[in-house]
Design a protein around this ligand. Sequence first.
Ligand SMILES: [Zn+2]
Length: 217
Amino acid sequence: MLCQRSCAEELCQGCQRQIQRCQRSDTQWQEALPLFVWGVYGGALKRAIATLKYENQPRLARPLGHWLAQTWLESPQAKIKQQLTVVPIPMYAAKKKQRGYDQAELLAKHFCDFAGLPLQPQGLERIRATEAQFTLSATEREQNLSDAFQLGRGFQRRCPAAVLLLDDVYTTGATARSAAQALQHCGIEVVGLAAIAKPIMKDDSQSDRPKRPMKGA
Ligand SMILES: [Zn+2]
């Protein structure tokens, strides 16, 4: 789906290798909203996510969701909670209708298939269309997103004790914090956010740290 080579799976060996090179697990589990990230938003991984979102290739969610689940299962975070329900951060309904699918929901589905965790795709509802985030400053983003979410239909009758949020790309965290707050207001513990990718920020000390060798690299 990313190149012209034909193959039986969603991605050929070459593209898989290129995406795997973007893998750099980034865990910031001490933050107010703990964060678990699979890779760096750049190169082949950025291309794969863009293709999934904007080029009508929902099948790309399968390998990406599985890889995120694989690293999640190998992490110490996977062992902290027994009862964890996975909730994707939803798009605005009209936007989903236009695209035909919600990529975070698809990623969460494949994540749960692989990790053996329960999925609640309707745990959250985005109640306000938000402006394109990239045009706004950090403060404006927070304002733009406050009260953008409410508890979804899936949790109207029965709430889980603990939730792991899931999204495709983590940027400033404003969206994730807003989504977490909507659940926390209802007494649901949000253990953190798992995301496929996170851009390297200018002020990110992460890039200066020595990189650990990847498994299988
Ligand atoms: Zn390929």
